[in-house]
Design a protein around this ligand. Structure first.
Ligand code: BGC
Length: 735
């Protein structure tokens, strides 16, 4: 007891020695720690009891965790939110453990905290890095004011498979766009100074390859080439590391016969050695223990040992390190050093977050109002995929609104909303109340709606569809809010069919049969497949994704033209599921076509082309591109193009630069995005838009991860409004 008092009174002095650099301060703490306490720092528990109340009686599980906490056996927690809870738990860590080392409080602040912004894939569709950074910043302000100091975001997994529900959490299929967005999100969450109590430590996840789950089934094993690893999967992690991300999370998945949590070559070889990452690596939830189910580890002790060797610093909810860490370290001096180094990294993070100086640092701010940020992001995320001219809706039109998502206040929030209230979104029907007529159609989700549970969908009952169409048939335009619920995408929410449900198809069919203009507003956490009769029949299609708390007014403003149609697709939209995996940047084949016989790379029952290409999105005005000029510079090439607003409204377009490379002795994607810039133009005006292509942007990694320069062969530069259209310029290097 006297020792504890002594340490407690000495520790603040040791810790608060501001003059000392963090490394020296960490050393002074490490010097005080027992092996058990070192191991304790590497253990992370999920919130285990209402820390503001008494301990539940007779609950062994909770008692074990509280005991562990008081013995210094917990270094960080997740899913403990709210200033009172955070304060109460932190108080136990500070006042009731021998050394009084504070906890870190982590949470999945993925697209907002209590005020939800659109899902990350939707934000990516804005192609607006400033807006994305600002959105992450707003989430950080809200979450930190509630005691949180670490977010498990951004997810930077590249994926070409919209069956995989977690595409909603990423930035889509492209490594260049994904890298820029990874940087923007890290900067937004972390700001310039991690100890600023309005910033969160970021976590790049899931390292690595999780987005390549076989057949798009979540948690499935993955299968990708070394080329894919180096040129698609790793670049956004590298960009996030360079932007200063404090932490990285292991993936659930396995590749090349090794689960990612046990993969030394990935963590030590790629992340730490090649990318120079010095921060904390955290397992995914139970991913250490899951190495047993993978068939890789024999038992929890073995799994803990393998994860430790593979550079996993924090065990999230496998209880492997806490149960076996001391034993492992006693048996093998190398493991003891590993635990010490892991604890060193974790303590450094605690210093950087300012927690060692003030453990209650994140418990003092008042809740900021970030609704404007959420609204802005929702406006900028929606993508106009088709418009026969009906949009923006003219003010004199009589507009009828229906569809299962029109009055929806829950499913439109998105999947990751641990801290937002259920039913807290403003619906589209609310936003247009008094102006448009709303009629309820048949519901989509008809049972419990929870993060962990399967949804029950209405499969057959179309009665309300008839009533809705009957009520609205005299209107000039029918706006149909259709799609999928926020709990149909996200973790554990893979889909084999990406079509609208039969009940929704029934509604679309009946709406089209009225002969009125039908506008589809599609709420979805991924690209869906709209059959040709739907695409052709609709007068306009606006992809709303899951737009979050302020989606209603944001979408109403876009539909009525108070705001412009702004977004561009960050993922290719397939025509049918059979085309998946699909991306714009595949390799060329040895059998391109079309050819008169069957012997070329194609389907016999579906074109190769997607429904909508990567980068695509319409505006309420139209743009023409001309006069592409490319000039070499010592650093690379400058591409300049004239973009003219040919329409009658002001608007903006995202000018995109793609390269093709051929003949350098390695395969390159037929097209790769290497730059983009938004240009804003008044009607009838034009601008010369310049994009730089640095020489290094042409490099690619080979199967061993070595950088190969592009020195010889044909270089094609295409500049245009999406990955399918554009003006091209070609040169041959060192012929
Ligand atoms: C997810 C992670 C998440 C973690 C903590 C896991 O199931 O895969 O992305 O950060 O849970 O909630």
């Amino acid at each position: 007891m006297r020792f504890k008092f002594l340490v407690l009174s000495l520790l603040p002095g040791l810790l608060a020695a501001q003059v000392k650099p963090v490394a020296a301060r960490v050393d002074s703490v490490l010097a005080l720690m027992t092996l058990q306490e070192l191991v304790g720092q590497t253990n992370q528990y999920n919130g285990f009891w209402n820390a503001t109340g008494p301990l539940p009686v007779g609950n062994d599980w909770v008692e074990q965790r509280v005991r562990a906490l008081k013995q210094g056996g917990v270094g960080s927690v997740l899913n403990v939110a709210g200033v009172n809870q955070v304060r109460a738990l932190q108080k136990v860590a500070i006042e009731e453990t021998r050394l009084g080392i504070p906890l870190i409080f982590g949470l999945d602040v993925i697209h907002g905290y209590q005020t939800l912004t659109p899902i990350p894939l939707a934000e990516a569709a804005s192609w607006d890095l400033e807006a994305i950074q600002n959105s992450a910043r707003a989430a950080a302000r809200e979450a930190t004011a509630d005691g949180i100091n670490w977010t498990f975001a951004p997810m930077v997994d590249i994926s070409r498979d919209p069956r995989w529900g977690r595409v909603m959490e990423g930035a889509g299929e492209d490594p260049y766009l994904g890298s820029r967005i990874a940087e923007a999100r890290v900067r937004g969450f972390q700001g310039d100074d991690l100890s600023d109590p309005s910033t969160l430590a970021a976590c790049l996840k899931h390292f690595a390859g999780y987005g390549f789950a076989v057949a798009g089934r979540d948690y499935h094993t993955t299968d990708y080439s070394a080329h894919t690893l180096y040129n698609w999967i790793l670049p956004p992690f590298e960009a996030g590391v360079k932007a200063g991300a404090a932490t990285v999370m292991n993936a659930f998945s396995a590749a090349n016969g090794i689960p990612a949590t046990g993969d030394s070559a990935l963590v030590w070889g790629e992340l730490r050695r090649r990318m120079g990452f010095t921060g904390v690596v955290v397992s995914d939830w139970g991913s250490m223990g899951e190495m047993i189910a993978h068939g890789y580890a024999a038992d929890v002790r073995d799994a803990a040992h393998r994860a430790l060797i593979a550079g996993c610093d924090i065990d999230m909810e496998s209880d492997g390190y806490l149960r076996y860490g001391v034993e492992l370290a006693r048996r093998n001096p190398a493991d003891s050093i590993r635990f010490r180094e892991a604890a060193r990294r974790i303590l450094s993070l605690k210093f950087q977050l300012g927690l060692m100086d003030d453990p209650y640092r994140y418990c003092g701010a008042s809740q900021p109002d970030v609704r404007t940020d959420a609204y802005e992001m929702a406006v900028k995320s929606s993508v106009l995929l088709k418009n026969s001219g009906v949009l923006p809706l003219a003010s004199g039109l009589r507009v009828g609104l229906t569809g299962p998502f029109a009055a929806e206040k829950n499913g439109v929030l998105g999947n990751w909303r641990v801290s937002a209230k259920d039913q807290s979104a403003q619906s589209l029907a609310e936003a247009v109340a008094g102006t448009w007529t709303y009629a309820a159609s048949s519901p989509h989700s008809v049972g419990q709606e929870a993060f962990h549970a399967e949804l029950t969908l209405n499969q057959t009952d179309t009665r309300a569809n008839d009533a809705a169409i009957k009520a609205l048939r005299k209107h000039d335009v029918l706006v149909l809010a259709v799609g999928e619920h926020g709990y149909e995408s996200g973790e554990g929410r893979s889909r084999a069919s990406l079509r609208l449900s039969a009940v929704q198809q029934d509604l679309v069919r009946k709406a089209l049969a009225t002969g009125k203009s039908v506008v589809l507003v599609v709420y979805a956490g991924r690209p869906l497949v709209l059959e040709p009769w739907i695409q052709d029949g609709a007068a306009a299609i606006l992809w709303a994704w899951q737009p979050g708390t302020l989606g209603g007014s944001a979408l109403a403003d876009v539909l009525t033209g108070r705001r412009e149609a702004y977004g561009r697709l960050p993922m290719t939209f397939p025509r049918s599921e059979g085309q998946i995996p699909l991306s714009y940047d595949g390799y060329a084949t040895g059998r391109p076509g079309p050819k008169p016989e069957v012997f070329w790379s194609h389907y016999t029952d579906e074109p190769n082309e997607p429904a909508f290409p990567f980068g695509f999105g319409l505006s309420y005005t139209s743009f023409a591109y001309r006069d592409l000029e490319v000039t070499p510079s010592p650093e690379g090439w400058s591409a300049t193009v004239t973009v003219r607003n040919n329409g009658t409204r002001a608007g903006s377009d995202v000018v995109q630069l793609y390269v093709g490379r051929q003949g350098n002795g390695q395969l390159y994607p037929t097209k790769s995005l290497k730059g983009f810039k938004r240009v804003i133009l008044e009607p009838g005006s034009e601008a010369r838009v310049r994009l730089e292509l640095p020489r290094e942007a042409l490099t690619q990694r080979d199967g061993q991860g070595r950088t190969v320069a592009f020195t010889r062969g044909t270089l094609t530069i295409t500049v245009g409004p999406n990955s399918r259209e554009g003006l091209t310029w070609t040169t041959t290097l060192n012929p």
